[in-house]
Write a protein that binds this ligand. Structure first.
Ligand SMILES: Nc1ncnc2c1ncn2[C@@H]1O[C@H](COP(=O)(O)OP(=O)(O)OP(=O)(O)O)[C@@H](O)[C@H]1O
Length: 742
């Protein structure tokens, strides 16, 4: 059983009069952390607030009245999120705290005066109960990140060889030059195209963004256009290209449309979840010669569409092959291979990915004959001929990443994750020009939550900054297909913006001019790390990446170093200091440019606290936003349980502090019942034994199954999720359509 303790975070319901910074930790609050439950602490805190409530100066009182149009009663609840009243109120209390420090009022006698006066103040012009964040308290110590020296695996992307050297159809060469604007081959193309033109099976590995798509597309088009008599639509699929996501399917389809422009008698087509199956069936009936599909949707058609036939398939491409073989897709792949093998026609098979490794040997032995291994990295043998097993064994598990990619890591305690990401986004997209950022998260709910939160709080209008200083996009597996396609196209074309997404965008997508990749939640494997960062620095361009880790996760840097991936550390305070450029989060105003480093850091912390308070106020403003935050937290925790056993020593749910994790979703406390939502049934063994717990035990899922479910939901193909009766109905309907057509 996963044993999780939901700890209340000390001082989460903090009285503004207590200092949020560690240097000033109140002894009493520390004691209370040890002695009392959080409820008691809260009572204590309220009591203390009443005792030490500072006097308001009349000017401030006046401003408050003017801004709100009325005086506030002591018991009044929070104002609307981010209202000037609240913000000023927080600042004011910080000012008064400062005044207290610097004035003779520090003496006990003066404090007594406060004690006497405070109740009257409350009676007359009481201020609302302010909840502010305790961001910088009780965080784990951040140690510097050290890893052993790493020599990165190098790969030359470009060659000086022109496509003309390959003896291709002159229309194909002209299309490459004029439509796709490519003249010389990349290394992977130079090594792969001649091998594939000889009709060989191949396992191809080269770094992300090095042109693997054209490496198989050029020889395929060359061979299809040469078939005599000419290919007809009615021949059905001659080439089948399987890719893991819908966006990649669309991208590949578009590339084939361009490449086959001069050969109009060969028809490309795409099948993918989320599209209308009826229209796909109609297109299949008319005939598709180069068929690009996601695995789930293809399986659906194999089962339900009579007009799909594989008797002419002579090319099978598995792009992102390691992903397709991953959990969740393996079953689909078996169905596809069975359908293809039953036709018995000779076929050329190609597996491609930037992270192919030994793990693929089983797939290679099932579907390949004497494959050639093409590995572009320096020091590898280049092209080698061997049996299927040896073909993949020749691939080491050290991956090459683009040479001009600068990889960074920042160690951030859970509580500070949210403000740190927000500061990074402000730095890149508000204060710098032309930055295009992709932020990876572990769940769809987290993407939805952060989109709403950042839109409301970061893009909020203020006197000093115009509304919407930057554009936020989102992409995840629970969105409707039309929306997904729209976002994908918009983000592809935009010059600047931030895409918040799940791993649905991690593989294969060629989004131009992406400058930064942020991994807000760490990847599930080294392979996913490589693919995520590979969305930038493509085809020889520059790019940067930033990996967020908590202090307990820093060993992941060693895991990456063991696979020859080198990261340099960025300091959290440097990221947070972007807040110094945003007057919306101004602190007490004491700091000036000539101030000391400590004063600067203090001001940064205050600004971070103000921003976090704004986030928390937004989240707690209404039930809807609160529920969104809670769902996002739950999904995050669920995703956290799916790390493979080889990484569990780093990413284990038990090492998470739920109160702190809650804070990174703008929650002031860890919601009740969290541990239940991630712990396997039954929570209470005693009750079950006594027969008190009447719940039917759900099927116990292994970590692998949970991960599989998560991945399936992420790459949802449109097949799953239908009731048996609905599936039967659809099947019947589909069969009727097909037989009608036939
Ligand atoms: N020979 C070439 N010269 C210049 N640009 C090229 C060449 N070949 C491909 N490209 C461009 O390089 C970009 C990346 O290509 P592609 O998407 O095929 O990379 P990839 O290796 O498949 O990446 P990933 O591993 O991320 O899927 C595309 O924009 C493509 O048009």
């Amino acid at each position: 059983m996963v044993n999780v303790t939901a700890m209340s975070d000390d001082g989460l319901m903090l009285n503004v009069s207590s200092d949020p910074f560690p240097t000033n930790i109140n002894q009493r609050s520390l004691l209370s952390a040890e002695k009392y439950s959080w409820k008691e602490k809260r009572k204590e805190s309220v009591k203390r607030k009443a005792v030490f409530e500072p006097q308001e100066n009349s000017a401030f009182k006046q401003r408050k009245i003017n801004q709100t149009g009325q005086q506030h009663t002591h018991n009044q609840k929070l104002q609307s999120p981010g209202s000037p009243f609240q913000r000023n109120n927080i600042r004011h209390t910080e000012e008064t705290r400062d005044q207290r420090k610097n004035s003779p009022a520090q003496s006990p006698s003066k404090v007594k005066t406060f004690q006497k006066k405070a109740p009257e103040e409350h009676k007359d012009h009481g201020r609302p109960f302010i909840k502010t964040s305790s961001l910088f308290k009780n965080n784990p110590v951040i140690h510097d990140v050290h890893s052993h020296a790493v020599t990165q695996v190098k790969e030359n992307v470009f060659t000086n060889n022109a496509f003309e050297e390959l003896n291709l159809h002159h229309h194909l060469v002209a299309t490459l030059e004029k439509v796709l604007k490519v003249t010389s081959m990349t290394s992977v193309q130079k090594q792969s195209i001649p091998v594939l033109m000889l009709g060989k099976d191949a396992v191809i590995r080269s770094q992300t963004g090095s042109g693997k798509t054209l490496a198989y597309a050029i020889p395929m088009v060359q061979s299809l256009q040469a078939i005599q008599p000419k290919v007809k639509r009615s021949d059905g699929p001659l080439a089948l290209i399987i890719v893991p996501t819908r966006e990649l399917a669309l991208q590949t389809f578009k590339m084939f449309q361009n490449l086959m422009n001069p050969f109009i008698w060969i028809v490309p087509g795409v099948l993918m979840g989320g599209e209308k199956k009826k229209s796909e069936k109609a297109r299949l009936r008319k005939g598709i010669n180069v068929l690009i599909s996601t695995p789930g949707r293809l399986v659906d058609h194999i089962r339900n569409t009579l007009s799909i036939a594989f008797s002419s398939v002579r090319w099978l491409i598995l792009d992102e092959a390691d992903r397709i073989l991953d959990l969740g897709f393996e079953k689909d792949l078996k169905v596809i291979l069975n359908a293809l093998n039953s036709t018995g026609i000779a076929r050329q098979n190609v597996l491609l990915s930037a992270t192919l490794n030994e793990g693929l040997s089983r797939l290679a032995s099932i579907c390949m004959k004497d494959p050639v291994t093409i590995n572009v990295s320096e020091g590898s043998t280049g092209t080698s001929h061997a049996g299927p097993q040896a073909a993949t064994q020749a691939l080491s598990d050290s991956y090459s990443v683009p040479e001009r990619l600068k990889q960074h890591v920042v160690v951030v305690p859970s509580k500070l994750h949210l403000v740190c990401l927000a500061s990074f986004i402000l730095a890149k997209c508000k204060f710098e020009c032309g930055q295009k950022v992709i932020v990876f998260m572990s769940s769809c709910d987290a993407v939805e939550f952060l989109l709403a939160l950042f839109t409301k709080v970061l893009c909020a209008k203020s006197n000093s900054s115009p509304a919407n200083p930057f554009t936020l996009y989102r992409l995840h597996g629970k969105m409707k297909q039309e929306e997904r396609t729209e976002v994908f196209q918009e983000f592809s074309q935009c010059q600047t913006g931030i895409l918040l997404c799940t791993d649905v965008a991690a593989r294969g997508l060629d989004l131009p001019q992406v400058t930064w990749i942020v991994q807000y939640n760490p990847p599930i494997s080294v392979e996913e790390y490589v693919h995520r960062v590979g969305r930038t620095a493509r085809i020889g361009a520059q790019g940067s990446s930033l990996l967020f880790l908590t202090p307990s996760e820093t060993a992941f840097v060693d895991v990456l170093a063991n696979r020859n991936i080198r990261l340099t550390e960025m300091k959290m305070i440097d990221i947070l200091s972007a807040l110094m450029r945003d007057s919306r989060f101004k602190g007490r105003g004491k700091w000036n440019i000539k101030g000391s480093g400590t004063a600067f850091e203090q001001e940064v912390r205050e600004r971070a606290t103000i921003l976090q308070t704004d986030f928390e106020n937004y989240v707690h403003a209404n039930n809807e936003s609160l529920q969104t935050a809670k769902s996002a937290l739950q999904s995050f925790l669920r995703a956290y349980t799916t790390y493979p056993s080889s990484l569990k020593h780093i990413f284990h749910i038990r090492s998470l502090h739920l109160g702190h994790a809650a804070k990174s979703f703008g929650l002031r406390d860890a919601p009740n019942g969290l541990s239940g939502s991630i712990a396997p049934y039954p929570a209470n063994v005693k009750d079950r034994k006594k027969g008190k717990d009447k719940r039917t035990p759900p099927t116990k899922l292994t970590t692998m199954e949970r991960a599989s479910n998560l991945i399936r939901s992420e790459f949802f193909s449109g097949v799953e999720g239908q009731s048996k009766s609905k599936k039967r109905r659809i099947k019947r309907k589909g069969n009727t359509e097909d037989s009608d057509a036939a």
